[in-house]
Design a protein around this ligand. Sequence first.
Ligand SMILES: [Mn+2]
Length: 235
Amino acid sequence: MKYKPIIGVTPLMDYDKNSVWMLPGYLKGLEDAGAVPVILPFFTEYKDAERCAELFDGFLFAGGQDVDPSVYHEDRLPLCGEISPERDVSESMLFRAASGLDKPILGICRGIQLINALMGGTLWQDISSQYSCKIQHTRIPPDEIPKHDIIISKWSPLYDLLGTDRISVNSYHHQGIREVSPALKVMADAPDGLIEAVYAPAYRFIWAVQWHPELLFETDKSASLLFSEFVNKCR
Ligand SMILES: [Mn+2]
């Protein structure tokens, strides 16, 4: 009997509603790809994160609030959005523990930003004012419709997976990678040069994307392939 991989998903936090919550797409995307997703708690002690890192087969770092710029040793500017101390603390511990065990990790939106910051990179706190965006990266609903192209490097594992150097993705972010972590390689960027996908070559599977495959996978083949690739690496 072959078991499905069990994948921990970082929980979302809504301060206005005082709620810990989850978007169904993160769970459904993993389920459709053959995994059992489990919503994680907020870790406050490293040993708890370490224990969960051992128990689960992989981890999805979900979208959400901005990463506190103190994580990449910068002051918080007025244009930085809401932050989540609970998520920063918990996900920093979880990433350290899970990457230490070389567990497969997929980062989405906040996930790519957090992983880059934790691995020594920096972020644009607000791309609209700090980066010369030539296309709109901030939200234009509906989120299930691709909004801009990305150009995929031909040497990258993302190219190997998708078999194309250009796909269209949705976009719902006001921050982005500024300096890439020395541990990460860029797999794709937008036509205006903003980084949209990275991976960590020294690890079994640490991939992260700036777009939202969890809102696309039901209609978009490249989004469902991304979930499948991650889930297969968790087996
Ligand atoms: Mn974008």
